[in-house]
Structures are given as C-alpha cells and as structure tokens.
Write a protein that binds this ligand. Structure first.
Ligand code: ATP
Length: 202
C-alpha cells in the first residue's frame, strides 16, 4: 500500500489548501524550524485515525484546526486527505473496486471528526483497521517522531514487543480480539439476565 498524495486544508499551520506528492522511494521534508515539518507527519497520523490530542501536541482535537494569526482569521474546520495506491487490491472488502483509495478526515468546530473512504462515510474504526491490516497506521513504527529513537532504546521489553507486533501487521487482530471479547461479555450478561427472567417466571 503506497501513499501517493497528502492534501491539507486548514490543518494547523497549513491554512491554505496544500498538496504534497509522495514519490516512490525515500521522501525527505526539509525546512527551517517552525515551518511545519512535524505538522505534516501529524497530518498523516491524524488522517489514519489518531485519536489522542496529545499525539497532535494539543489539548483537544480541535487544536488541529488553524487557530488564526494577526492577519488571518481562524478556520472553522480542518481537512486532510490521503491518496493511496490500491492497484494490488490490498484494501478490505467493500473498498477494493478501484486502483486508488482516498481517505479523508474532517474536523469541524463543535461537531467532531468525520471520515470518508472514496467518498463514502465510514467510522474511525474502519479507517484504523484499514491501516492496521496494512501494517501501518497512526501508531506505526514507520512514523518516527522527534525523540522517539531514544524512547525505543530505553523501552521496556513489553513496549518493544508491541512495536514488533505492529510491524508484523497483527495489531489489527488484537483490536478485533478485544472487540470480540467485549461482545462475548455483553452476551454473557444478557444470558444471565434471561436466566433470571426464566427463574422468575417458573
Ligand atoms: P521544528 O523544526 O522546530 O521541530 P517544524 O518545522 O517541525 O519545527 P512544526 O512544529 O510542524 O514545525 O510547526 C510549528 C508551527 O505550526 C508553529 O509556528 C505553530 O504556531 C504552528 N501551528 C501549530 N498548530 C497550529 C494551529 N492550530 N493553527 C495555526 N498554527 C499552528
């Protein structure tokens, strides 16, 4: 699954619509301090379903919306779109009918986030699963933020194992297991309730 384009609109310092073409091979982003290099990486994490404002260096998720400057008013929404090459048809069932996938996330003040894949409304979970199954995503070890190398070196074995599992592409399975366990618990609780009702009736 290869990223081809990243489009930003109103995301952090990228107030005007900005499009980046991600070519094959290694991509470097260079620029002076404060020009928005980290914001780009955050946009990538965000469109893949990152839900922790702290991972976006903010207090609330709305902090990703352009906050305004002395010359320009704040924006009401932020949008990031990621275009992915799907010619190998690696996307999950239902999204596999075209060579390209466009994942869009938009956040509107006081209305929260909405996701789309190829124009269709989807849940955050669908987007997170799409990337988790492709061994990438908001928490992917392929995205290395500043200071993270030192953190990895100092990490405890359990944390390092999580990184290896993420790289091996099995973190999506953990998420599914967690959801299955929750369903199982809810079903057990329902069964107990049914038993109580039957007992009360007999
Ligand atoms: P460095 O090399 O110092 O790490 P950088 O190129 O990675 O810098 P970023 O940290 O990505 O730069 O960008 C910081 C800039 O983004 C700051 O000027 C900050 O004011 C601006 N910024 C962050 N959030 C917003 C926002 N919501 N609205 C407007 N500007 C923002």
């Amino acid at each position: 699954m290869r990223f081809q384009r990243l489009r930003l609109n109103g995301f952090k310092s990228f107030v005007d619509p900005t499009e980046l073409v991600i070519g094959e091979g290694l991509t470097g982003v260079v620029g002076p301090n404060g020009c928005g290099k980290s914001n780009l990486l955050e946009a990538l994490r965000w469109v893949m379903g990152e839900n922790r404002p702290t991972a976006m260096r903010g207090e609330g998720m709305e902090d990703v919306i352009f906050a305004g400057t002395a010359r320009r008013p704040a924006r009401a929404y932020a949008e990031v779109a990621l275009v992915i090459d799907n010619s190998e048809r690696l996307a999950p069932a239902g999204f596999n009918d075209s060579d390209k996938l466009e994942v869009v996330r938009r956040i509107t003040r006081e209305a929260g986030s909405a996701f789309k894949i190829n124009g269709r409304d989807v849940r955050a979970r669908d987007v997170q699963m799409l990337f988790a199954d492709a061994s990438t995503g908001a928490h992917s070890p392929a995205l290395v933020r500043q200071g993270q190398i030192a953190e990895l070196i100092n990490a405890k074995p359990k944390a390092r194992r999580r990184i290896l599992e993420e790289a091996a592409g099995i973190s999506g399975l953990y998420q599914r297991r967690h959801e299955a366990e929750l369903k199982l618990k809810a079903t057990e609780a329902n069964l107990e309730r049914v038993d109580d009702v039957i007992e009360a009736l007999t």
